[in-house]
Design a protein around this ligand. Structure first.
Ligand SMILES: [Zn+2]
Length: 371
């Protein structure tokens, strides 16, 4: 099947055979604990007090066309944030990749990363990167390139387009939930819920955010959550397809990114919210389909990944290594990086908050001396 013609107008650089795929390599299902195999030089020195190299993670942007919502940035927000971080510390994506793979990243060096293939990133953030002479990593779920929809993103669009603020959405969501078949289950689960400890590593979430995410992810799970959301959306007379307009980048956008020196990487094909709860064969299919789509589109194999919703186990990492992936990112800064596929990332929401409070960037990224 491969090599095959790709769609960016570049010639395929020689053989594009898909590397052999590997199966499960461990029995751990703990997403946060792995035996140490590799750590970048800058984070490995004993007693290193430096700020460890990491990515800065972006999702939504807004302008006159793309709606503002929880956590979204304007072009000016991005400009200010780049100044706050310090332009000199930010490496272009290809340089960061080369240095990371060679173990030559220095403390404090950062890169920019954009998840989820969002058109607002292309329309709002890309011109700012061009002004600053910067390139970034873009992590692309590929199902939407073939007309698929990624429901989590559509639900975000629904929240920001149809409600004046997030609390009004939460009210409507819990009202719908209270009349659903899940009402009793949710009520029982919330009796013991401790908002202070749930998702504690994501510091920017409010108490209602944590409560909503707990119900969505721990009590309902993807299928029942979808049922509740679709019921709510339908009750308001809104079509999912309407919400999908101009949400995702298309092939020509990704081709331009590649032509301008950005690095495009894996993020699974359909972006499951709980990847590690899928059997190994399904995780493999998610990444293999994602890999095949990007290979066909770009004419070169992707070698980077960002774990969707931070989900990965040893099993996932083995699948990624089997695909030839050399660099990966988590979605938080929890200390202790365990491999080259688990570089930490700072959510831009944390940086914006520090910037607006007059703090210093990356206070929380210092590697503990004892680790
Ligand atoms: Zn994602």
């Amino acid at each position: 099947m491969y090599p095959m013609p790709h769609e960016c107008g570049f010639r395929s650089p020689g053989e594009q055979n898909v590397p052999p795929l590997v199966g499960a390599a461990g029995d751990s299902t703990d997403t946060n604990h792995h035996p140490t195999r590799h750590r970048p030089r800058a984070a490995r020195r004993p007693g290193d007090q430096g700020v460890i190299p990491h990515g800065i993670m972006f999702h939504h942007f807004h302008d006159g066309h793309h709606p503002a919502g929880q956590g979204s940035l304007s072009a000016d927000d991005l400009r200010a944030l780049l100044r706050f971080v310090g332009r000199g510390r930010i490496l272009g994506a290809r340089e960061w990749l080369e240095r990371a793979v060679a173990g030559r990243l220095e403390p404090g060096q950062v890169c920019l990363t954009f998840d989820d293939n969002l058109r607002c990133q292309y329309d709002v953030a890309l011109p700012v990167l061009a002004e600053a002479g910067l390139t970034a990593f873009w992590f692309v779920p590929t199902a939407t390139l073939d007309g698929g929809v990624e429901r989590l993103e559509l639900y975000w669009q629904f929240r920001v387009r149809c409600f004046d603020d997030i609390d009004l959405f939460y009210e409507a969501f819990f009202r719908t939930l209270a009349t659903s078949v899940y009402a009793e289950r949710v009520e029982r689960a919330l009796r013991d819920f401790d908002a202070g400890s749930y998702l504690a590593q994501f510091r920017f979430y409010s108490e209602p955010d944590r409560r909503f995410r707990f119900v969505r992810d721990e009590v309902l799970g993807p299928r029942c959550y979808q049922h509740v959301m679709d019921t709510l959306i339908q009750s308001m007379g809104i079509e999912l397809r309407e919400l999908a307009r101009d949400v995702w980048m298309e092939r020509q956008h990704l081709c331009r990114l590649q032509a301008e020196g950005h690095v495009l990487g894996l993020h699974t094909h359909t972006h499951p919210t709980r990847l590690t709860e899928l059997p190994a064969a399904e995780q493999l299919r998610e990444y293999r389909d994602n890999y095949m789509s990007l290979l066909a589109l770009l004419g070169e194999p992707p070698t980077t990944v960002a774990h969707p919703c931070n989900a990965c186990t040893e099993e996932t990492l083995a699948i990624l290594r089997g695909l030839g992936v050399r660099l990966g990112f988590r979605s938080h800064l929890a200390p202790g990086q365990h491999s080259e596929l688990e570089f930490p990332r700072e959510d831009c929401a944390n940086l914006l908050r520090q910037m607006r409070c007059g703090g210093a960037p990356h206070q929380a990224v210092v590697e503990p001396a004892a680790s």
